[in-house]
Design a protein around this ligand. Sequence first.
Ligand code: FUL
Length: 491
Amino acid sequence: MKVMCGVLGWFAAAIFISRAVEPPAPLPPVPSARQLEWHRLEVYGFVHFTINTFTDKEWGYGDEHPSQFAPTDFDADDIVTALRDGGLKGLILTCKHHDGFCLWPSRYTEHSVRHSPWRNGQGDVVREICEACRRHGLKFGVYLSPWDRNHPEYGRPAYVTYFRQQLRELLTQYGPIFEVWFDGANGGEGYYGGARERRTIDRRTYYGWDETWQLVRDLQPDAVIFSDAGPDVRWVGNERGIAGDPCWATLNREDFCPGEADRRRLQHGDRPGRHWVPAECDVSIRPGWFYHSAEDTRVRPATNLVELYFQSVGRGASLLLNVPPDRRGRIHPTDRAVLREFRQLLDEIFATNLAATAQCTASNVRGNCAEFGTARLADGDRATYWAADDIVRAAEVELRWSTPVEWGVLDLREPIQLGQRCDRWVVEVEQSGEWRTVAQGQSIGSRHLWRAPKPVRCSAVRIRIASDVVCPALSEVGVYPWPKYLRTGPP
Ligand code: FUL
């Protein structure tokens, strides 16, 4: 894209002093198109549901009988609308967990819904959930456990063939898939067709990950692939829903494989890093991943989910929030109410962007061109951005109000299509004519949210942003009032 700019505007520029201002060259690595789409989701749901729901377990041994899968009132719309009302943009279903039971009637095993009393063996949970997702505007993703404690061939080559056949079924029979989730928990004790023994595998070689991932590329080219090692989205290194700070989107992913990764590096990413592999924070709304009635009183409050949002989405990662259906096959009323409140709290926090009413200037604007000017910063469009000239490494953006404002949340975004450029940022506020530093950090990437410990009153905010190797750029700046829910005490 070439943009014509000139001091006398378009007309004069065309006649007198035409000048082409190129956008900044991207700083590699940059996200793929499928990753850019994924970044937009920010919060989506995990649905753990299988025989464990009925045996009150977290990990089934693999010797369960399909007849134990017996939801009394399964309703995919109930599950999907609970997530939708929480503002979740997608849903990843445990189509097969470690116990090997398949929620769809796979052609390659008897260990599936086909032999359960539910819908007289005619049911298909995967189909019902994916169709409900389409009805309610959520994207649909699949979790297929590589570890299978039921399958007799687990640990031998024949199982890998089976695993890929199942993956093929899921990727060809259920429409577009936005994410394929490969769990790092692999190998160990299991039923294994009656052998009841311990089986270990070589995590690097057994699953032939390159070939398995290629299958996903071939069958669902728009899907992102998740594992400890990416290749598209990485585990954040904990199951608490919290990213590191900084949390770079970049990683040297060849150092890792599913089930073998340095948790500290997963939390923070690598800077510099050769690949774009942003983090995903998986966490459950309850202590367990599966539903247990004993945990009905231990559902996280909505304010806690907001905390997690700030520590995941607010650090450039995504939040994958697990909401397990109960034995009816519906979402428990408590979880449903919490999800709705979570959405309301977020809507409240981000209702009014004070940056939109500020006068916004910058120490440098690329080529003095409006295309890269500060008006791009509060236009709500992630694709447009303010950028500095190529020789610049540190720049400032200033927001000034005619009368002092009180705020509590700062929201920064980089135009990640140009890579992650910022190495350091500082936020200062002007109070009674004096500048004071209130916050500083390193990574921004797709988003960085900073929340003030108490309301900040000021007439101007200055964001100083520096890059070690390229000119800085920002796509969005948000300044929001101090969140009301914090007034009632810390969550
Ligand atoms: C883990 C699994 O072992 C848990 O059961 C759960 O599925 C979680 C999301 O991933 O590795």
